[in-house]
Design a binder for this molecule. Structure first.
Ligand code: FE2
Length: 297
């Protein structure tokens, strides 16, 4: 079995021009909970053990400030930083004690596409508690726009030890554990954030969460449906400041025996964009939102 130096996608740092509105949305409607605040940053947890899955920062515009991954061991910092720099990243902060509330050790670098990647080990975990079917458990994946999908995927493989799970015409799906993907890299004219997906305990939870969003005035932006690569159920939304977010469930679990399939395999029949044939064609305003959020400078 492959040993992955990165074991999980832990959290995302999102910049918002309206911090109070974003916090209220994520806590009252999306299903996260305030885990704490420090230096103006609001940390939001899900029902799983991660200290937080979203950190909200006030910023001039909606932007992706960082993606944080958890490392298997403290020994992995050196190899990751060495390999990442060799593959075009810039080390921003050498491994050291993390002064932020999630604790442990932290290292950060800027990836070849311009996004900040943070790596933690020994980070604070919450005690397990019963999963709530209608609320997010943890992050499922982050989908990043890239002007060079194959180069970006190669960075995740060569520098961060991910493995390619599938490759469609427009996207590369890479994994760092048994989830079919933790990161998706999408073909685009700009680098940045496409969307962030939150794992629900079941597809019933995706449906109930979607209903809660509709009740609160946030219509489904795309879905519901069941994806091809990864086989996960999905419903997409746009948050109050323009970030595209997804409820998902039933992500395919894979191991080393999984056979990578390419663009020739991942072709939809005419008129389809999901396995069930329920999801309507994606609206132009949703496609625009999936291209609008850039990496923080
Ligand atoms: Fe997704």
């Amino acid at each position: 079995m492959t040993r992955f130096p990165v074991t999980a996608l832990r959290s995302v740092d999102l910049g918002t021009p309206d911090l109070a509105r974003s916090e209220a949305f994520y806590c009252e409607t999306w299903g996260l909970e305030r885990a704490g605040t420090a230096d103006g940053v609001v940390y939001l947890r899900a029902s799983g053990s991660d200290h937080h899955v979203v950190a909200l920062h006030h910023s001039e515009c909606t932007e992706l400030k960082a993606v944080t991954f958890r490392l298997a061991g403290s020994d992995d910092f050196d190899a990751i930083s060495r390999n990442a720099v060799r593959e075009g990243a810039v080390l921003l902060c050498a491994p050291g004690p993390n002064k932020a509330p999630d604790g442990g050790m932290v290292m950060s670098l800027r990836g070849p596409e311009g996004g900040v990647l943070r790596f933690v080990h020994g980070d604070v975990r919450h005690a397990p508690r019963p999963l709530r079917p209608e609320w997010p458990e943890r992050l499922a994946h982050v989908n990043l726009n890239s002007t060079d999908v194959d180069r970006s995927a190669a960075f995740y493989e060569r520098a961060l030890g991910f493995r390619l799970t599938d490759r469609s015409a427009a996207m590369a799906f890479v994994r760092c554990n048994s989830d079919h993907h933790a990161v998706v890299i999408a073909d685009a004219k700009l680098n940045g954030l496409n969307h962030v997906a939150f794992l629900m305990p079941s597809w019933e939870g995706v449906m109930r969460g979607a209903g809660r969003m509709i009740d609160a005035g946030y219509p489904i932006a795309w879905g519901v449906g069941r994806h091809g690569p990864g086989d996960n159920v999905f419903a997409y939304f746009i948050d109050p400041v323009g970030t595209v977010i997804e409820y998902t469930a039933e992500v395919l679990q894979v191991d080393d025996s999984y056979v990578v399939r390419g663009p020739d395999h991942w072709v939809w029949p005419p008129g389809r964009t999901d396995q069930w044939g329920i999801a309507p064609p994606k609206a132009d305003h949703v496609k625009a939102a999936q291209l609008a959020v850039r990496y923080a400078a």
